[in-house]
Write a protein that binds this ligand. Structure first.
Ligand SMILES: [Ca+2]
Ligand SMILES: [Ca+2]
Ligand SMILES: [Ca+2]
Length: 267
């Protein structure tokens, strides 16, 4: 009897322990339309589903952290980023931003997004670090950050490696740069498109205009007040249909001079 009680206690401990050293955040499909109205650029390279992510996995790998973006469709490299003058990462279209709130404390961290996204975070969901997952080589990213986001530079983490495998984009970052993922951390994954010829104030992000174009998203506004976000996480990040509505609502919640405020997910 005592043995069985002991076994039960062991099971209880096992169940209470966090599942491995990783976090999986799930996102619904069919929500690659920002606030519900955004449309893809019209050039053939932007295949349906290219900006629809289905999950983000964050895994502790010792002195490294692996961030895996699962996409709805196979990740392609139509512009041959591998062959760019400065060798890229083997994909072309997507650009991801993983914002991390480490303390969920009012007044701690950055509430502004990065230039070109036109987003903000609540005071108690301010971020300490953001990881940029881009097809561009780090030399280009660093130069863009120096020009356009210098005040945030210390908290922008660039992966040591980004690779593509089927429908996945896999980024590896140093734990020394990001920190060790802990219970209580909050996350927001913002999906955009890599723009090699960005506007002078945009950090390699693609614009959303009122009417789409060959290389412009449509269904937004031309005055740059609208959030330039195609897909994002919505709490509780389990992939339910209500999360589509929550995403649309969050991305509609802006006025000029008051960017859309995005939620963090605290798994
Ligand atoms: Ca999605
Ligand atoms: Ca914070
Ligand atoms: Ca979403």
């Amino acid at each position: 009897m005592r043995f069985r009680a002991h076994l039960a206690a062991v099971f209880a401990v096992c169940l209470a322990a966090p599942a491995a050293a990783g976090v999986t955040l799930t996102d619904p499909t069919g929500d690659d339309d920002g606030p519900g109205t955004y449309t893809y650029p019209t050039a053939a390279e932007y295949k349906p589903g290219s900006f629809d992510f289905t999950a983000v996995e964050i895994e502790d790998k010792g002195d490294k952290i692996q961030i895996k973006l699962r996409m709805k469709v196979k990740v392609t490299d139509p512009w041959k980023s591998r062959d760019w003058p400065v060798r890229g990462n083997g994909f072309s279209l997507q650009m991801g931003f993983l914002f991390v709130d480490k303390d969920h404390k009012a007044g701690s961290g950055h509430t502004e997004g990065l230039p070109g996204l036109n987003i903000a975070f609540a005071d108690d969901a301010a971020w300490e670090k953001v990881v940029i997952i881009s097809p561009q080589a780090n030399t280009r990213l660093k130069s863009e950050i120096n020009q356009k986001a210098k005040s945030l530079k210390a908290d922008i983490v660039l992966p040591s490696r980004v690779k593509v495998s089927g429908k996945k984009i896999i980024a590896t970052v140093s734990k020394a740069d990001l920190g060790a993922p802990a219970a209580g951390w909050g996350y927001q994954l913002v999906l955009q498109s890599n723009e090699g010829y960005p506007d002078k104030s945009d950090l390699l992000t693609r614009k959303v205009n009122e009417s789409g174009g060959e290389h412009r998203f449509g269904g937004g506004r031309d005055d740059d007040c609208d959030p330039h976000v195609i897909d994002m996480l919505a709490p509780p990040a389990k992939g339910g249909a209500a999360e589509i509505e929550a995403q649309h609502a969050a991305l509609k919640s802006y006025k000029c001079g008051q960017p859309a405020r995005l939620p963090m997910v605290y798994p």
